[in-house]
Design a protein around this ligand. Structure first.
Ligand code: FAD
Length: 505
């Protein structure tokens, strides 16, 4: 076979989560025998060192890499995550849970929630969370892996992880380098472009090393060293839709039970996160510099810590939005260099995983077919837009008007795609998943209901079933879920028993 056109050399710039996730996947899928894979990173520049909460898709990524889950959990101090609790978002004093997994079970070929909508005003059925095993289990601080018994409700457990992002990058660095990826410690000073094609030809490092490559992956973080600084690709700015543009992070020791869920608490400006790991708690505050000074933000987070901080404050800043093209010429931006939507629903690492999957599907030859590049960019754009809409939902549908910030959010001019979702749900409780979007019906239901939308009606075909029969079934589902949660082990005990050596926490 004539492989003269095959990519023989890939250069990745950046050794954060994006760089090492990409390097690991390339090493595993393409291998380093026929293609040289080099990653250059600079310890002087460092990484964002956040990204501790994930969504269930990360399991698939680790599985493709054949990563042993126990080894990964021990190495990264991981805990399990069944969803996110949103506190004070709809209004102060209110809380709701966005679970992984399903609500109830579909009946009569209709989604479960339509039956629930019909009965939601009956006090016995008013709590939607009672129909989600993840929610009931999470609030009882329970966790177990999905049961292998197909017909058990416990088989439907869907979970993600909280972990130390820096340790995850280190884990993947060991994984990649042991499979032949070359790591270079150095700073990229110059990017050399071909004067005719505009393609990237080489990178020049601070010690004058020249790195040639066929394909360049930009994992250099927010600045987009290759995709923006060299190729001037352009950026779509969504600050008007999502005003938070800064965050501070600060870990501390845990003083509480090891919750199997992330907590997100709305503040007068933005929100704080609490992410429990085995050995510490990750805390952060996401805010808007338009509405809050850094000093006030620091004081707010500091006052919320449950114990003394374990590290200096990590200050981060971004422009919400996405690169106009993630793939431009022979450069693909993956991670923060491709764009960023605030971490409210833990989507950052997933977007990296998803970009890697698309790269594998559309892996180029040296011809760089424009139709492949266009499809990659089109799919990336749709994905970012849908995630953006889902995040806006949390801010837009609020009753809060206790600050300038929340009054601004209530008046955000929503994209049409989001207006349509809200209109459909408000009328008949209908939820449609477009273009294979990331967030499924459970997620949209959890947040639309949680933020206070009460549909005028429900699917008309629900009325085919006698109301007493609906009540009987709802009662039954609720009771099965409650009994299933009862048999789940305590999350903290489960981790101690299975993953931690002796007395780690
Ligand atoms: P970085 O971590 O910034 O890495 C950039 C790399 O490029 C570094 O190694 C740096 O040294 C290197 N580099 C830069 N310039 C040069 C140069 N000139 N020469 C050589 N090397 C260079 N995601 C989630 O999934 N869950 C979360 O809970 C979550 N929380 C987040 C909270 C905040 C506040 C933020 C900002 C992000 C969060 N994310 C989260 C997103 C997640 O952190 C990122 O998607 C992920 O860390 C990927 O970052 P990165 O590798 O693209 O960039």
């Amino acid at each position: 076979m004539n492989d003269v056109n095959n990519i023989k050399s890939i250069v990745i710039v950046g050794g954060g989560s994006a760089g090492w996730m990409t390097a690991s996947a390339l090493a595993k899928v393409i291998g380093c025998d026929n293609c040289q894979i080099t990653l250059v990173e600079s310890e002087d520049i460092g990484t964002v060192s956040v990204g501790e909460a994930t969504i269930p898709q990360i399991q698939l990524f680790n599985t493709i890499l054949d990563i042993d889950e126990s080894e990964f959990i021990r190495f990264t101090n991981a805990t399990f995550k069944l969803g996110i609790e949103f506190i004070d978002w709809k209004e102060k004093g209110h809380r709701y849970f966005h679970p992984f997994g399903n609500y109830g079970t579909n009946m009569e070929a209709l989604p479960f929630h339509h039956f629930w909508l019909k009965m939601q005003d009956e006090p016995a059925f008013s709590n939607l969370s009672n129909f989600s095993l993840a929610s009931v289990g999470a609030y009882a601080n329970k966790f177990m892996h999905p049961s292998t018994q197909q017909n058990s409700p416990l088989a439907g457990i869907n979970y993600a992880y909280h972990f130390d992002a820096t340790l995850y990058a280190k884990f993947l660095r060991n994984y990649s380098t042991s499979r032949g990826v070359s790591r270079i410690e150095g700073k990229v000073d110059e990017v050399m472009l071909n004067p005719v094609s505009g393609m990237i030809e080489s990178l020049i490092l601070n010690d004058n090393t020249v790195l040639n490559g066929d394909l360049f992956i930009d994992c250099s973080g927010f600045k987009g060293l290759l995709i923006e600084q060299a190729l001037k690709t352009g950026y779509e700015d969504w600050t008007h839709l999502l005003p938070c543009n800064k965050a501070i992070a600060m870990p501390c020791l845990s003083k509480k039970t090891l919750n199997p869920y992330t907590q997100s608490t709305a503040q007068s400006v933005g929100w704080t996160w609490r992410i429990p790991l085995q050995n510490r708690v990750g805390n952060g505050y996401v805010y808007s510099s338009e509405f809050m000074s850094d000093d006030k933000a620091h004081a707010l987070l500091f006052n919320k810590l449950e114990s003394d901080p374990l590290a200096d404050i990590n200050q981060l800043q971004w422009v919400t939005g996405m690169r106009k093209k993630s793939w431009n010429k022979n450069c693909i931006a993956i991670g923060l260099s491709a764009g960023f939507v605030e971490p409210l629903e833990s989507t950052g690492l997933h977007l990296i995983q998803s970009a890697i999957a698309k790269l594998m599907t559309l892996f180029p030859s040296k011809d760089f077919a424009q139709c492949d590049i266009d499809l990659f960019n089109q799919q990336t754009e749709t994905e970012y837009h849908r995630i953006r809409d889902f995040i806006i939902l949390h801010y837009k549908l609020t009753n809060r008007d206790d600050s300038e910030f929340w009054r601004y959010c209530k008046n955000i001019d929503m994209p049409d795609s989001l207006k349509q979702k809200i209109a459909m749900f408000s009328e008949n409780g209908r939820i449609f998943r477009h273009d294979n979007e990331l967030f499924n019906e459970t997620s949209w239901l959890a947040v639309m209901h949680g933020q206070g939308i009460k549909p005028k009606s429900y699917h008309p075909l629900v009325d085919r079933l006698n109301p007493d029969e609906i009540k009987r079934r709802l009662k039954n589902i609720e009771s099965v879920i409650s009994r299933s949660a009862d048999v789940m082990p305590d999350h903290e005990a489960y981790i101690l028993k299975n993953y931690t050596p002796n007395d780690t926490f």
